[in-house]
Write a protein that binds this ligand. Structure first.
Ligand code: SF4
Length: 314
């Protein structure tokens, strides 16, 4: 038995970042403190009246929803959970049911946006039309588009996502490896550098918390997160980057934090170089060119042309 560094109880985790062993109570306290500190540090709740939380039913989104809804309740901020159904049979229906049950339990309103019903497309349908089409490319673009639509339709003035330290460090590295650093200019802890009424700004309260700790917090606090994996996950370029970073983290602890901190130092410079925000000439959603990525992918699907290049998002 290894005792907790703060009390005599049995520890449940060793935190490499601080070199401490923590018992359940002290780990949960430490986790929640970092969550609240990140919210304060980046003023994530400043001026917010209605918080939307992107919820997939997985651990990151449910932990974000559980902690954020508790703070928002105390502050009189309305909360709505938002889910995009991308149409992935054998995976998404179960995670949506999980999200729905959790929202009911904590009494949070839950709105779902179905790509099939709204756009007439689904990720399964795209793969059926062309088995070589990279699911994650379509899924990422359509999900981001749908989340903004849903947040706007639900009246949310801020949208929280469950991106954790692992997700952020992977995204930073992926965009560097693709030589697309400018894509990161709107990917900070508070996303979007330009105010636009048609764009609901995003916040990432788990920004500084490693994925393993989010999973442990979900288990210890009894949050019924789904741990099933998407059948198309092997498509993702992200998997290679994840493996690389996990391997490096094992050999050189603190690697993920350093990647994220380097990104935070570069972010102000990237923001000065970011282009202006336009509105898509087809759907009117905010985007950086004349037609948004979702509309351009939709029109290619109609023409039978499929994206087979490496995935840009996951
Ligand atoms: Fe979508 Fe790819 Fe993630 Fe599956 S792994 S949910 S297809 S982005």
């Amino acid at each position: 038995m290894i005792p907790c560094s703060k009390c005599k109880k049995t520890s449940v985790v060793f935190l490499q970042s601080s070199g401490t062993n923590l018992c359940k109570k002290h780990f949960m306290h430490h986790f929640e403190r970092r969550f609240y500190r990140t919210i304060r540090e980046f003023s994530m709740l400043k001026g917010v009246k209605h918080m939307g939380v992107a919820v997939s039913g997985g651990k990151d989104s449910l932990v974000t929803l559980a902690l954020l809804s508790s703070i928002c309740n105390d502050m009189g901020i309305k909360v709505t959970a938002l889910t995009v159904d991308e149409g992935i049979c054998g995976y998404r229906p179960a995670t949506i049911a999980n999200a729905r049950a959790f929202c009911r339990k904590i009494r949070v309103k839950h709105n779902v946006f179905s790509l099939r019903k709204s756009l007439g497309v689904s990720i399964d349908g795209i793969k059926k039309k062309n088995k070589h089409a990279l699911a994650c490319t379509y899924c990422g673009v359509f999900r981001r588009w749908a989340l903004n639509k849903l947040a706007q339709a639900s009246g949310c003035d801020r949208l929280a996502t469950g991106h954790n330290l692992d997700d952020v460090s992977q995204t930073v590295l992926m965009n560097i490896l693709r030589n697309e650093p400018m894509r990161l200019s709107r990917f900070g802890p508070v996303g979007g550098d330009l105010e636009d009424d048609a764009f609901t700004r995003r916040v990432k309260p788990l920004f500084k918390i490693p994925e393993k700790e989010v999973a442990l917090y979900a288990i210890l606090s009894g949050i019924p997160a789904s741990f099933t994996e998407c059948p198309y996950a092997s498509d993702a370029f992200r998997n290679h980057v994840r493996e690389f970073l996990n391997d490096l983290e094992e050999k050189i602890p603190g690697t993920k934090y350093r990647v994220e901190n380097a990104f935070l130092k570069l972010l102000p410079l990237l923001k000065t170089k970011a282009g202006s925000l336009n509105h898509c000439s087809i759907c009117k959603e905010p985007c950086s060119s004349s037609v948004c990525q979702a509309c351009s992918l939709l029109s290619s699907i109609k023409k039978g042309v499929f994206e087979k290049t490496k995935s840009k998002r996951c």
